[in-house]
Design a protein around this ligand. Sequence first.
Ligand SMILES: NC(=O)c1ccc[n+]([C@@H]2O[C@H](COP(=O)([O-])OP(=O)(O)OC[C@H]3O[C@@H](n4cnc5c(N)ncnc54)[C@H](O)[C@@H]3O)[C@@H](O)[C@H]2O)c1
Length: 323
Amino acid sequence: MNKTILITGVAGFVGHALAKELLSQGWQVIGIDNLSAQTDEIRALKQLRLTECIGHAGFSFICQDIKNLSDATRQLLKERGVTQIVHLAANAGVRDAGRRIIEFLQNNITGFYMMIELARHLDVQRFIYASSSTIYGNHSDNRRDEFSFYPKNIYAVTKIADEFIAKIYADNHGLNTVGLRFFSVYGPYGRPDMAPWIFAKSIMRGETIRVSNHGNVWRDFTYIDDLVHAIIQVLESNPTGGGYHVCDVGSMSPRSLNDMIAVMEHYFHTTASRVDQQLTNEEAERTLSDMSTYTAHYPELSFTSFEDGMTRFCHWLEHYLAS
Ligand SMILES: NC(=O)c1ccc[n+]([C@@H]2O[C@H](COP(=O)([O-])OP(=O)(O)OC[C@H]3O[C@@H](n4cnc5c(N)ncnc54)[C@H](O)[C@@H]3O)[C@@H](O)[C@H]2O)c1
């Protein structure tokens, strides 16, 4: 199998982890990212992630916006013989979506369309893309079929739109598409806008954390290495003609914010100072994955325990912030 892959959003949390693992396994990785950043903290992290990938001989980086790839880039991708695309570039984050709606719609829907159209143009064997647990809202355990959607925010709406676009490309153009619905991914090099980072950083520094719903918010937290393993199993499976597939990728064991805080208090040998806040209408109280569709197509995964994964994250963050 030709092992040349295009990863969009390669300087992001998931893209970087996936690229590094594939490079270590001998794949040729072409990564695209526009390196957009809302804060200096995010900018610095993206630079670090990118620097680690650039150190590998099999890595090529293109700094461009996916909505507007140059003709030279398209030509290069054709010449390099990209066989699969993992499309991760998007605006992520539920709360941000309500404040930057146009940007989310443009990057997550127009950007998605541009990438799936590129996949068709390059005639790739498979187009794998990131969807999200947010499409289920509060109803992750109340599904009739793959079209059971209960979005609570604009971000979720963009991911649902992407799944429908993928369906049209599968049905009308015979493109093999696999949508993976990620569930609250966490771990080293994670996102500064997500709860694990925000809480661990504040607890470490003795700052007060704002905790929604008295800590009774449950997420099916999924450790980054497990997610990367899941994506690679899809990449290594045999693409069978055209088709529309979507499946969850999650650890199937929701844990609460209180559980997360307890691991962090234990790691940092402290008691968190906390104030309560209401859960917003945009956020679900609980998410839960169902891996049955994934395991019907790919080998079963084993998952890192929440305590181990969160401890590894705290350890990494402590050293990262000290450096
Ligand atoms: N991390 C999670 O818990 C989680 C959960 C569900 C779904 N997802 C989805 O997984 C994917 C990866 O998420 P992540 O956590 O790595 O996010 P991230 O923000 O760390 O990475 C996304 C990357 O895409 C890039 N990007 C955004 N718009 C772009 C554009 N127009 N052109 C080029 N690059 C662009 C950004 O610069 C960023 O580096 C996203 O599609 C996200 O919606 C993530």
